[in-house]
Design a protein. Structure first.
Length: 272
């Protein structure tokens, strides 16, 4: 699918990678607007097609006392305000078939979490909204198996599908990205690399997921070199105090330098 099919997506003819970025979860309006304003300014200057990311709720939590959200409608309205204010599309996760129709009223891209990539009813419900569907590759799935996930979208009458690789389980508490899978999955749909979740260290004894954010630059550069179409990364101005996934988020102050470097790498790859 061509990026021009995404409402309000700018710089679609820049030959750059596209970017899905924002906080893990919508914690409130002020934080969402602050992050969006910064990322929009950076991506406009670099001519990177940009989709603001924020989860309106977090259903996949290790502990029952983990932060799950500020309220579905409240968070979705904040996503809508971000889109209207900065003229950018938005993406959010959904977890149930009922979520699909509800979230589609507010956002432009519906994301299927990796744990749910094989949930046929959920994928079909997302596809039937007509929105772009971003399917995260299950940590337990092969690149080849993602063909069937994409087919569920296209067989539902929707040609707008992306695949996002967020790593594969490596033992119990680590993830690894197999870059051999990128060209395989690109046969089925545009491929995004989730550079922050692929650096998670899940299943910690504390019930709080760890991560290796110092490697975000390394992972991002490798992804661009491997030919991914887009990058996904979570960013926050205060990762240490973020309510969800702070351990593997990129500090917002580091984003401009990283994206500037990645644009240079992309131009080099395109010239080969």
């Amino acid at each position: 699918m061509h990026l021009s099919l995404i409402p309000q997506l700018k710089h679609t003819n820049s030959d750059n990678f596209f970017l899905l970025a924002g906080p893990c979860a919508i914690e409130g309006e002020e934080m969402a607007m602050r992050i969006a304003e910064k990322v929009v300014a950076i991506t406009d200057a670099l001519k990177i097609p940009y989709v603001f990311k924020g989860s309106f709720k977090k259903a996949n939590r290790s502990r029952i006392d983990s932060f799950t959200g500020i309220g579905d409608e409240k968070a979705l309205k904040i996503l809508q305000k971000v889109s209207e204010t900065f003229k950018v599309p938005t993406v959010t996760d959904i977890h149930t078939e009922q979520d699909a129709a509800m979230a589609a009223e507010y956002v432009d891209v519906l994301q299927i979490p990796a744990f749910l990539a094989r949930q046929t009813d959920l994928v079909v419900a997302a596809a039937q909204t007509g929105k772009t569907v971003n399917i995260k590759k299950g940590q337990f799935m092969s690149p080849e198996s993602m063909k069937h996930a994409v087919t569920k979208v296209t067989d539902s009458g929707n040609e707008k599908a992306w695949i996002t690789d967020r790593g594969t389980m490596f033992g119990y508490q680590d993830m690894v990205v197999d870059f051999r899978g990128i060209p395989t999955m690109k046969q089925y749909a545009p491929v995004v690399l989730d550079v922050t979740h692929s650096l998670q260290q899940p299943n910690q004894s504390s019930g709080v997921t760890g991560g290796r954010p110092a490697l975000i630059g390394t992972m991002s550069r490798a992804g661009i070199a491997a030919g991914v179409d887009g990058l996904f990364m979570e960013t926050h101005f205060d990762p240490a105090n973020a309510k969800s996934d702070g351990a593997n988020m990129l500090d917002l102050s580091l984003l401009e330098k990283l994206l500037t470097d990645l644009v240079v790498i992309r131009k080099t790859i395109n010239s080969l």
